[in-house]
Design a protein around this ligand. Structure first.
Ligand SMILES: Cc1cc2nc3c(=O)[nH]c(=O)nc-3n(C[C@H](O)[C@H](O)[C@H](O)COP(=O)(O)OP(=O)(O)OC[C@H]3O[C@@H](n4cnc5c(N)ncnc54)[C@H](O)[C@@H]3O)c2cc1C
Length: 279
């Protein structure tokens, strides 16, 4: 097998929702065979979805970013299941469900990531999360072997899927059901999200909610709403969201996260656990 692979140089700021990060090497396989060969070459890689939960460092990233947007672009409907490639944006899946009157995945309309990122983060909203309707995921391991893991074989918890970091999700299958009211539900979610959260140049929740508490309330109590370092700021609209007010670097964001974590700890004795991924 030919173990060579061709990467491109891209700016991390073009690969992440918050638009920070320096130059990185990116590999976009066009086939499973190409992906297999890449993985088997032994290179250190990081699968990246839409970068809506990840910041990429400003310099010297020592991993190749793996983007799967060229694989499995079609959504397959085999009622009551849909099978989706991991690089497909949540929004596209949600639109497909609306067009086909399929319920069960409406929560993902307002989460601006990909299916692979959603499974890895066990992302969720409005009382539902990715693992709820998941049937199986197809994964490639570090040796290039592809296998199907059923939900019961994977441990999921709040915003976490407990699999080795080297696993690459290729496709996921979800159970859906007929729902004539799907569009109304989604429209309701969109309205409430736009009212309460910044939608662009952000990363979503910076910290996980500690058991029985809301991270944003603790951040507010610690006086960190609106607190800024460089171009990175704790949003006034939703103070658990960091926003890039223009010209932020990933370094600014990391400093801001560390400062807020220590302010909250000093004020409340609670050490907030980061939700966003630092690369
Ligand atoms: C405005 C806004 C609102 C948000 N609202 C919510 C919300 O309501 N609920 C919520 O849970 N999150 C929310 N988020 C956070 C984020 O959108 C989710 O965590 C999302 O699921 C991340 O998907 P992604 O494709 O962007 O992942 P990325 O940020 O690209 O990656 C996240 C992690 O997933 C891994 N990963 C990605 N693809 C794969 C793959 N194919 N195989 C293996 N690992 C992979 C990456 O390696 C990384 O560790 C929000 C973010 C923003 C910006």
């Amino acid at each position: 097998m030919d173990l060579s692979y061709k990467t491109t140089k891209e700016m991390g700021s073009n690969l992440t929702w918050i638009r920070t990060g320096g130059e990185v090497e990116v590999f976009r396989p066009d086939s499973i065979l190409e992906l297999k060969s890449f993985v088997k070459s032994g290179v250190d890689y990081f699968p990246l979805g839409m970068g809506s939960n990840t910041i990429i460092k400003d310099t010297n990233l020592d991993k190749v970013i793996l983007k799967l947007d060229n694989l499995y672009k079609e959504i397959e409907l085999e009622y009551p299941y849909i099978i989706v490639g991991s690089g497909v944006p949540n929004f596209t899946v949600s639109r497909f469900c609306i067009q086909n009157f399929l319920g069960g995945l409406e929560f993902l309309h307002t989460i601006p990531g990909s299916i692979g990122g959603g499974v890895f983060m066990n992302a969720g909203a409005y009382g539902s999360c990715f693992s709820d309707n998941l049937e199986w995921v197809e994964v490639m391991d570090i040796f290039g072997s592809v296998s199907k893991l059923y939900k019961k074989e994977i441990k999921f918890s709040y915003r976490k899927c407990h699999v080795p970091k080297t696993f690459i999700f290729l496709r996921a299958c979800f159970k859906v059901f007929k729902d004539e009211k799907i569009k109304e539900k989604v429209d309701g979610y969109v309205v409430s999200r736009n009212l309460t959260q910044p939608r662009f140049l952000t990363l979503g929740s910076t910290f996980k909610n500690p058991e029985g508490k809301k991270a944003w309330e603790l951040i507010d109590q610690a006086g960190c709403r609106g607190f800024a370092i460089g171009g990175a700021k704790m949003s006034e609209k939703h103070c658990n969201f960091i926003v890039n007010t223009g010209g932020a670097t990933s370094g600014d964001i990391v400093k801001l996260i560390n400062s807020v974590q220590s302010f909250v700890f000093s004020k409340t004795g609670i050490l907030l656990d980061r939700e966003i991924v630092l690369l």
